[in-house]
Ligand binder design. Structure first.
Ligand code: TGC
Ligand code: FAD
Length: 399
């Protein structure tokens, strides 16, 4: 059932670009951004508060994302992707997350964590079988790396598969998996009998495979999250991703998704900033708009400064990715900085809105709660700090 919100709010967002960063974008980038911005205004903004309040995932958004080109924009057109560069991909994630981080999760998992590994490590048969359907939204996928006892430390995973001659037998469980309750396929990372990590494509309907939903989240309420449980699941041998094994394979996918999050977080921050700016100009206290008070101006000035710095960081890492020069550490810096920036802006914007800031009349509290997940998933804030610390010192401080 789709939603029927009591009142549809008009979304008048027109971007935040203090330093003329548009100058760094091509005409194609700007056209793509405009088309996704329009899509978000029509298909997400009017409904999102209602979906989030009801913890409702609108499954019909999957097809719509496919139609607008939000799935796998960086995957070659031959496989149904957009054939676009990384900056275009980032702009798409930014616009969707301006609408809602949970909606961006759906798109970034599909593009970076499901389509990307199938494209990068899959056989030609696997690519042709799955990628066009994933790109069009005919199929939804999810990515299973995290386990109940192995979150930041995925190399300790216990999910495993045995070679049974004509098939693999998969056992174990994954936790905190975005899209899992609705997904048609899961890209699952599991160890073989030698303890080497491989990717397997597990399809809904395989006997022994279930996807229980995780309820009662206060964050990403419009995104569905669940487990992946494998109880002696027979996986056909042709479903193993042949191109790469080891932890480096899922970590390569995470690089792509983390980059998208670095841009997405800017979208959430822009939405909070714009809402706070407008509210500050309209809200009268002590006979004046609260925007006339220095403390409120300080908050707004700092928000704009931080958004601008984050835009430059995301753009530069995108350029480096396009040129094949970006390393994991660059992406870690951008993800870590930009998500913290967005969360701080959401908290400051909440203060500017006073009591109204906790209601669904404004997007602030929803963004803030969403960002509490974003700062944890795809590598926690502290894990990214340690990745940077390792780069700076040459000393690994994880273990
Ligand atoms: P470590 O020994 O450092 O590395 C193991 C092997 O991997 C290689 N490697 C990479 N390869 C490609 N890309 C990268 N980014 C790589 N990073 C490392 C490395 O060279 C090594 O290769 P080899 O050949 O020597 O074996 O691994 P470690 O076990 O010490 O762990 C390092 C650590 C902690 C940084 C890593 O495991 C990590 O990033 N942990 C965080 C886990 C994480 O991010 N999980 C995310 C789950 S998915 C998710 O959250 C989706 S949310 C989606 C949404 O809704 O948007
Ligand atoms: P833990 O690893 O237990 O960490 C707990 C705390 O300890 C953190 O503060 C962490 O920084 C700290 N810590 C851990 N190790 C160290 C260390 N060595 N040094 C210092 N501090 C440390 N996973 C998927 O595979 N697929 C998905 O689609 C997916 N979607 C998600 C959706 C949501 C809404 C959420 C909340 C999570 C999702 N995840 C997904 C899982 C996510 O990636 C993990 O939650 C994350 O990697 C952290 O793991 P953890 O929750 O087990 O925390």
């Amino acid at each position: 059932m789709n939603s029927s919100p009591k009142s549809l709010k008009q979304d008048l967002f027109d971007g935040v670009d203090f330093l003329d960063i548009d100058d760094l974008l091509t005409e194609e980038h700007k056209l793509i951004r405009a088309s996704i911005r329009d899509f978000v205004k029509k298909e997400i903004s009017p409904y999102i508060e209602d979906w989030a309040q009801r913890a409702y995932f609108p499954s019909d958004i999957v097809k719509k994302f496919g139609e607008v080109g939000a799935f796998g924009p960086q995957i070659p057109e031959a496989y149904g992707g957009g054939g676009l560069d990384y900056i275009a991909y980032g702009l798409i994630m930014q616009e969707i997350e301006r609408g809602d981080s949970g909606m961006r999760s759906t798109a970034s998992v599909q593009g970076s964590l499901v389509m990307y590994p199938i494209y990068k490590f899959g056989s030609e048969e696997q690519r042709m079988k799955y990628l066009p359907k994933l790109a069009s939204g005919e199929m939804l996928g999810c990515f299973g790396l995290t386990e109940p006892d192995h979150g930041s430390n995925p190399s300790g995973m216990v999910t495993n598969f045995k070679d049974m001659g004509d098939h693999y037998l998969l056992n174990g469980a994954k936790m905190w998996i975005s899209n899992s309750p609705q997904a048609d396929i899961a890209v699952v990372w599991a160890k073989n009998e030698e303890g080497r990590i491989h990717g397997l494509i597990v399809e809904r309907g395989m006997e022994g495979f279930t996807t229980p939903e995780t309820h009662n989240k206060w964050s990403l309420r419009a995104s569905c999250t669940g487990e992946l449980v494998f109880d002696n699941v027979k996986v056909p041998k042709e479903n193993l991703l042949p191109g790469k094994s080891g932890l480096g394979a899922p970590l390569m996918c995470l690089d792509s998704a983390r980059f998208g999050i670095a841009w997405g977080a800017i979208g959430a921050a822009m939405d909070c900033y714009e809402s706070a700016r407008k509210y500050a100009l309209e809200r009268i206290q002590f006979g004046k708009p609260i925007a006339s008070f220095q403390l409120v101006q300080k908050k707004l000035a700092e928000m704009l400064t931080e958004i601008t710095k984050a835009q430059l960081l995301a753009w530069k890492v995108g350029k480096m990715l396009n040129e094949g020069k970006a390393k994991t550490v660059h992406i870690s810096m951008a993800k870590r900085n930009n998500v913290e920036m967005a969360l701080n802006i959401a908290r400051e914007a909440r203060q500017i809105h006073g009591g109204m800031g906790i209601t669904g009349e404004y997007p602030i509290m929803r963004h803030m709660m969403n960002l509490e997940s974003v700062i944890t998933y795809e590598g926690t804030h502290d894990i990214h700090l340690l990745i940077l610390g390792n780069e700076i010192t040459g000393i690994q401080a994880f273990k």
